[in-house]
Design a protein around this ligand. Structure first.
Ligand SMILES: *Cc1c(COP(=O)(O)O)cnc(C)c1O
Length: 489
């Protein structure tokens, strides 16, 4: 058979490529048939975790076929070519306006909102943070005061993008510590960190650690008073990466958004509860004057004058049209009912975990998310061990350390996304129970696991002595994996 015939006639898995090694780090010299290359990649991707069982991430893993189709069709267009793709641009502006109004921006019926699509909340936060810094500098300059020591006030529960912002743009990070009984920023915690060089306070609606909504209204009241007392104009940015697509639907009366005058900007992730696949976030400003002019660039090399204020120039339009699709397809009632379903299933899962008697629930039921820690008296193993056991069943349920000084505080989190049905909750509860009983067994035999708080040098010695026993029992794989993953040995 010649090569051409071989390529078309031979069954996919009889192709020569399937038993050849394709170079890892060099582009192969020869081409291969698309269906073969496609199959090779699909098969390899199966070794990734299953996104549908990824309870760790807030990011959307389910869209219907129409949404998926729009992502593909939109991705052929480079979003930045605003003049060429004026309709796509107008869809972006429709999303910006819809979301700004959802967040109660003070706009008249026909007035255009100020905001932009981004690759995610991280980019939105960089832009909003820069606007805060620019505004602060402008105020200081006008008053003839120094402007070389900007700081930003936040809780130590902020997502890593806030650390990046402060590092990249040379802003001092003023973080309030957390405690095990309060994992968020409060008015009392924020106040002592403020001064004349504070460019803003970051308040989170939906903390990464436990899904809690910080008390935006309470901090706002404190700040209004502080500003008056010190003759300052410190503003608020709300990081509503997940909460922005939750609170307006589930608790429309919760006042956290542009209804509060000091809230000058908000970010939200379209790819979290906005229900679009990864690659879209939104940055919104209260009013046009809250976005400094010199952050906006005008280019004309694609024809026409284009205002741009994002970091990326080129990016696919797919996620933006898909966001527009979700907004008009689901409507407010669609978002609300999806969230209500998630809240019910989260409550069910929370009850199931509570009933086991081993866990403290550390979320506040503000969103479809369950966060839990092991009760203090269960020190023989940790949630890292539970995480490993669950992983063996396919579940991705992360365990992580909360940034609390002087205390090891480990939390696990399950984000109850659309596809987490009641049956799946039952299965997860069953697998957690199994994980616990096997850990109880193992620790009876071998002592505390290396990630547990009860693990000491003495115990380590005991552990090595018992290893041989465990090898005989054929029950040691988990233990070694835990050691490797957590760098104990
Ligand atoms: C996810 C998240 C971010 C980062 O958002 P991306 O859209 O992933 O860039 C920032 N802050 C909070 C509170 C988040 O949950």
């Amino acid at each position: 058979m010649n090569d051409q015939a071989h390529r078309t006639k031979v069954p996919v898995y009889a192709n020569k490529i399937m038993s050849a090694s394709i170079p890892y780090y060099e582009i192969p010299e020869d081409s291969m048939a698309p269906r073969i290359a496609h199959q090779v990649i699909i098969d390899e991707m199966n070794l990734d975790g299953n996104p549908m069982l990824n309870m760790a991430s807030f990011v959307c893993t389910y869209m219907d076929e129409y949404g998926e189709d729009l992502i593909l069709k939109g991705s052929r267009k480079n979003f930045i070519d605003l003049d060429e793709y004026a309709i796509t641009y107008s869809m972006q502006m429709r999303c910006v306006n819809m979301i700004a109004r959802l967040f109660n921006a003070p706009l008249s019926a026909k007035e255009e909102a100020t905001g932009t699509s981004c690759i995610g909340s991280s980019e939105a936060i960089m832009l909003a943070g820069l606007a805060l810094k620019w505004k602060w500098r402008e105020r200081r300059r006008k008053a003839g005061l120094s402007y070389d020591k900007p700081n930003l006030v936040m809780g130590s529960n902020v997502q890593v993008c806030w650390h990046k912002f402060c590092m990249y743009f040379d802003v001092e990070r003023r973080e309030s510590p957390m405690s095990t009984d309060c994992l968020v920023l409060t008015p009392e915690r924020a106040k002592p960190l403020l001064d004349e060089n504070t460019i803003g306070i970051c308040i989170i609606l939906g903390s990464t650690y436990n899904g809690e909504f910080e008390d935006v209204k309470g901090i706002h009241e404190m700040l209004e008073e502080y500003n008056k007392e010190h003759n300052l104009e410190i503003p608020i940015h709300v990081d509503a990466a997940s909460g922005g697509f939750i609170a307006p639907f589930l608790n429309p009366d919760l006042v956290w958004d542009f209804r509060l005058p000091l809230v000058k900007s908000i970010n939200t992730s379209g790819h979290k509860f906005g229900l679009v696949y990864p690659g879209v976030g939104w940055a919104l400003w209260r009013e046009r004057k809250d976005l400094p002019d010199d952050l906006i660039f005008h280019v004309n090399y694609l024809g026409g004058d284009q205002a741009t204020f994002t970091f990326n120039f080129s990016k696919p339009a797919g996620q933006i049209v898909a966001q527009y699709y979700q907004l008009i397809r689901l409507g407010k009632s669609g978002y609300r009912s999806i969230l209500e379903t998630g809240m019910k299933n989260a409550e069910y899962l929370r009850d199931g975990l509570r009933e086991m008697g081993l866990f403290d629930i550390v979320d506040k039921a503000h969103m479809p998310l369950v966060a839990f820690s092991l009760k203090d008296n269960h020190a023989k193993y940790s949630l890292f061990d539970v995480q490993d056991r669950l992983k063996a069943c396919g579940w991705i349920v992360p365990a992580y350390r909360c940034p609390i000084e002087s205390k090891e505080f480990i939390v696990s989190r399950v984000v109850v996304k659309q596809n987490m049905t009641r049956h799946m909750c039952d299965m997860l509860i069953k697998d957690v129970k199994n994980a616990i009983s096997s850990l109880e067994e193992e620790t009876k035999l071998m002592g505390p696991t290396p990630t547990s708080t009860a693990y000491t040098d003495e115990k380590a010695h005991h552990f090595w002595q018992l290893i041989s026993k465990a090898i005989v029992k054929g029950d040691i794989g988990h233990r070694f994996r835990a050691e490797r993953t957590h760098g104990v040995c």
